[in-house]
Structure formats: structure tokens, C-alpha cells
Design a protein around this ligand. Structure first.
Ligand SMILES: CC(C)(COP(=O)(O)OP(=O)(O)OC[C@H]1O[C@@H](n2cnc3c(N)ncnc32)[C@H](O)[C@@H]1OP(=O)(O)O)[C@@H](O)C(=O)NCCC(=O)NCCS
Length: 130
């Protein structure tokens, strides 16, 4: 079974850009959080402290999102390397009247980290497979 996680956000007025729709940088930030949550779940049972973002790839904004809509991010681990974890994120927007629509997608590479003796975060070999 692939590891998945879901994260939702309500789009509030302070998330809006100057053309009246959800600011893309805000959406990417939420996708990054959804990837972090997916990795949190993937890394359960290991000694990793967490995972940090290494690369945000293939971000595609398909549809504008409006204030007042809910956005649900579905994260799925698609690949696991020695320290890396690749997460596919699908962002679905939902208005009061219509069905969910796939508004944005991205692929995010995270790297598992742990703390060394000096308190610095370093790469961690998680030992997990997809
Ligand atoms: C994350 C970090 C510890 C990784 O250290 P590094 O020495 O740069 O790591 P590497 O080059 O060995 O890459 C680590 C893994 O990422 C993969 N990776 C690196 N660049 C990649 C790219 N462009 N595309 C896909 N995977 C990539 C590597 O293949 C490696 O995977 P593997 O261990 O599974 O084989 C370090 O780069 C760092 O601290 N970056 C800043 C992170 C950060 O601040 N993020 C924002 C806040 S969360």
C-alpha cells in the first residue's frame, strides 16, 4: 500500500493575489506542508527527525482557486531513495456549488534528516522502500 496523507486549507482573503485568486506561492507552501506530512507518516518507526524540502519539481497550476473555497492536498510517496523521498501532490479545489477539481499538481523531493552530536541536521538513510 502506498503511503498517503491528506491536508486541507480554507482559502481566506489574505491568501489572495492582485488578480483576485489564490496566490501561487501560498499554494506551493501548502503543497510543501502536505509533502512534509506525507513524509512524517512514511518515516514512522525510523530515527529520522523529519524531512526537509530538497526540490520542488513540475508544479503545474491548472485552474485558479477562489477565496472561500477549500483546497485538499493528497500526497503520495512515489519513490524512496537512500535519504530522499519523492511525493506527488494533487491539490483539489472545492467550491460550495461544484465538485472537486484538480487545480494544481507538483512533485516534491524531500530528504530525511536527523540531528548530529553538534545539534546540526544531517541527511539520514531511512531504510524504507515504497
Ligand atoms: C537536504 C540536505 C541536507 C541534503 O544534503 P545534500 O548533501 O545536498 O544531499 P545530496 O546531494 O546527497 O542529495 C540527497 C538526496 O536528494 C536527492 N537529490 C538531490 N538533488 C536532487 C534533484 N535535483 N532531483 C532529485 N533528487 C535529488 C539525491 O539523489 C539524494 O537522494 P538519495 O540519498 O535517496 O540517493 C541539504 O541540501 C540541505 O540542508 N538543504 C536545505 C534544505 C532546506 O532548507 N529546505 C527548506 C526548508 S524545509
Amino acid at each position: 500500500m502506498p503511503i498517503t496523507a491528506t491536508y486541507s486549507q480554507l482559502v481566506m482573503p489574505d491568501h489572495i493575489n492582485n488578480v483576485g485568486t489564490l496566490f501561487g506561492g501560498q499554494l506551493v507552501s501548502w503543497m510543501d506542508l502536505a509533502a512534509a506530512k506525507t513524509c512524517y507518516r512514511f518515516l514512522k518507526g525510523t530515527k529520522a527527525w523529519g524531512a526537509v524540502t530538497k526540490v520542488i519539481q513540475e508544479v503545474e497550476f491548472n485552474e485558479p482557486i477562489e477565496a472561500g473555497e477549500w483546497v485538499t492536498f493528497n500526497g503520495t510517496v512515489t519513490n524512496a531513495g537512500k535519504t530522499s523521498i519523492t511525493v506527488k501532490i494533487d491539490a483539489f479545489a472545492e467550491s460550495r456549488q461544484e465538485e472537486k477539481r484538480l487545480a494544481c499538481t507538483a512533485r516534491i523531493v524531500m530528504v530525511a534528516v536527523c540531528e548530529d552530536d553538534q545539534g546540526n541536521f544531517i541527511k539520514f538513510e531511512h531504510g524504507k522502500t515504497v
